[in-house]
Design a protein around this ligand. Structure first.
Ligand code: ATP
Ligand code: MG
Length: 349
């Protein structure tokens, strides 16, 4: 991802609910960057539950093909149907698979002076996103004393190595340069043992590249305890899929509103920004959705493509808006509209 690009082709998939309100805000933020990044080309794409109810498909093949022609993408949110709907499966899950987006990366950082935030939190959760219990191989069989349920948990060397490398690479770009492996090898010595050992072995094979990175490890239960008690000890946390799922939501709770937390889904050849929040049907269409998580997701996407200066500019503008506290949406205790928050960010850019 280091080659100089002439232009940057960005797929936009607002999908459902407030995704349609916050993705346009992220687009306008990217457009305001000017010459810090290559010339932008946006491609509007369809997906989502609403599309499914209209057309019977949640992720059209055209969308997948068009994305493969893009350098990166921004995804809004999908509504999760409250009951099981025949024929429907989540387009975001399918996209991660199609584009081999094996890492889910979620930075969580406190903004100074925001009273809701735990102070000094500045960490990134790097979650493996293709295997573990999410291979969904579950079987129910009759046993001697009633039903028995079993699930397969897959951990491979390949997936552990690539997620581990991703964590080391992210640590290299951060001041503290520390990676913590999250595992439960004391109980699951084979699966978590392989995850842990594979990542432990990465520095030796890196020809000195990761010499400056401090490697630590922590059993998952004590990691959660310490995440709540002293979150400032963490920098980059790397975890198998299920622990990563839980830890990334727990970490998000350390810093105020869901409307602030960004993420990217990343692979070796593609990166897709996605705000952590859902489609928020309760506030849809009222123009009050907080656009900052989506805007930060756009910054994170740029950071991943090695446009760190442009990403820093966006993050700085967003943090100023939060700190000043004058123009905020209702989820942060303000009374401003999505548009007004966007304008405040654009003004600072
Ligand atoms: P979904 O089924 O799509 O996950 P949900 O009902 O779980 O939807 P979330 O989007 O996960 O809703 O949000 C949970 C709560 O947080 C809702 O009350 C929602 O209004 C609020 N919320 C989430 N994102 C935002 C945002 N960007 N701005 C303001 N409020 C938000
Ligand atoms: Mg939700």
């Amino acid at each position: 991802a280091t080659a100089a690009r002439q232009s940057l082709k960005v797929g936009l998939i607002p999908a459902d609910g407030i995704g349609r309100e916050v993705i346009p805000a992220a687009r306008r933020t990217l457009e305001a960057l000017g010459s810090d990044i290559p010339k932008l080309q946006f491609v509007d794409l369809d997906a989502g539950f609403e599309l499914f109810t209209k057309t019977g498909t949640a992720l059209p093949e055209e969308t997948v093909q068009a994305l493969k022609e893009c350098d990166c993408a921004l995804f809004g949110a999908v509504s999760s149907p409250s009951r099981k709907v025949t024929g429907y499966s989540s387009p975001i899950v399918a996209l991660r698979k199609e584009l081999d987006l094996y890492a889910n990366i979620r930075p969580v950082a406190a903004v100074a002076e925001n009273p809701e935030d735990k102070p000094n939190v500045d960490l990134v959760v790097v979650r493996e996103n293709t295997e573990c219990l999410y291979v969904k191989q579950e079987v129910l069989t009759p046993g001697e004393h009633g039903l028995e349920a079993r699930a397969t948990r897959l951990i491979t060397e390949r997936a552990s190595r690539r997620i581990g490398k991703m964590a080391f690479e992210i640590a290299l770009g951060r001041p503290r340069k520390q990676v913590t492996i999250i595992h439960k090898s004391n109980v699951l010595s084979v699966t978590d043992g392989l995850f842990r050992q594979t990542i432990r072995d990465i520095p030796q094979a890196s020809e000195g590249r990761y010499d400056g990175v401090k490697l630590e490890e922590q059993i998952v239960d004590s990691a959660v305890y310490r995440l709540f008690r002293e979150p400032q000890i963490y920098d980059v946390m790397v975890a198998p899929n299920l622990y990563g799922d839980i830890i990334s939501d727990a970490a998000a709770a350390l810093v105020g509103s869901l409307g602030l937390v960004p993420s990217v889904n990343a692979g070796d050849n593609f990166v897709m920004g996605e705000p952590v929040h859902g489609s928020a049907p309760d506030i849809e269409g009222r123009g009050i959705a907080n656009p900052l998580a989506a805007i930060r997701s756009a910054a994170l996407m740029l950071r991943h493509l090695n446009y760190a200066a442009a990403a820093d500019r966006i993050d700085k503008a967003v943090n100023e808006v939060i700190r000043e506290g004058q123009v905020l949406t209702p989820d942060l205790g303000g009374s401003s509209k999505t548009e007004e928050v966007l304008d405040a960010v654009l003004k600072r850019l």
